[in-house]
Design a protein around this ligand. Sequence first.
Ligand code: NAP
Ligand code: GCO
Length: 267
Amino acid sequence: MDNKTNFSLEGKVALVTGASYGIGFAIAKAMAGAGATIVFNDIKQELVDKGIAAYKEEGITAHGYVCDVTDEEAVNAMVAKIEEEVGVIDVLVNNAGIIKRIPMIEMSAKDFRQVIDVDLNAPFIVSKAVIPSMIKKGHGKIINICSMMSEFGRETVSAYAAAKGGLKMLTRNIASEYGEYNIQCNGIGPGYIATPQTAPLREKQPDGSRHPFDQFIIAKTPAGRWGEASDLGGPAVFLASDASDFVNGQILYVDGGIQAYIGKQPS
Ligand code: NAP
Ligand code: GCO
């Protein structure tokens, strides 16, 4: 097989969770560009409708479903409906996620549990729902959207870091348990990406200056910029394609080099 077809997703059905916008949307757009049929879900009908319209603007006929990925019954029903209406899922991207930035000792157990539920329990639930058909089909790709917080902590993100650290190990476990069925499970660890999720960290200050955290990330990134959601498309296509059939249990960090760099000294 030549390298061109190796990276093709022609004939593949890709489900990207929480992909009405943001990183999920960018990954789905890139996969569509490689030939995949795109299926996505979001928690609200209005967001699914907005997503379908946004994909259409990009020339993509996406299949949208309303589903809360933390609800196992709803997820199983959605996967069954997708298999009936679109086809067996060849590629799953567990992208849906939330963050709550609260100092740990001020965080309620309820808030902590909600982050763990969406960011860790849901990837378990959705992966469990799609793996049986992948086994029957003889192949499958699962891509978990991890984070730099799969490796590092910082103030106010205890629940998120715990979830994303767990997601790294869930990735490795799925790879270990289902590799013999030609299912590859890998993670993508984005660095700091300019999406609605990080908008509070980039808000302009009253005096028009950059948010302190924004300045911090710029100084910590060799490229001196935040990542764009589109920066994740190529790595996702690679991990969804036959080109990565012997890559399993890996977390591919797409962070602009933050983890390699001590950071620019303040001028
Ligand atoms: P985002 O802009 O907040 O989008 C998250 C998406 O997930 C939204 O469409 C959201 O839908 C959906 N979602 C949330 N809870 C859901 C649920 N229970 N069921 C179904 N969908 C749900 O976030 P993003 O920046 O694109 O991040 C996407 C993923 O990348 C997340 O897993 C995040 O942790 C990870 N990540 C982000 C960055 C970054 O810098 N942005 C870096 C590393 C990793 P609603 O709008 O309806 O809530
Ligand atoms: C934060 C950010 C990060 C990013 C991302 C980094 O508050 O530190 O939201 O968590 O979202 O996960 O990889």
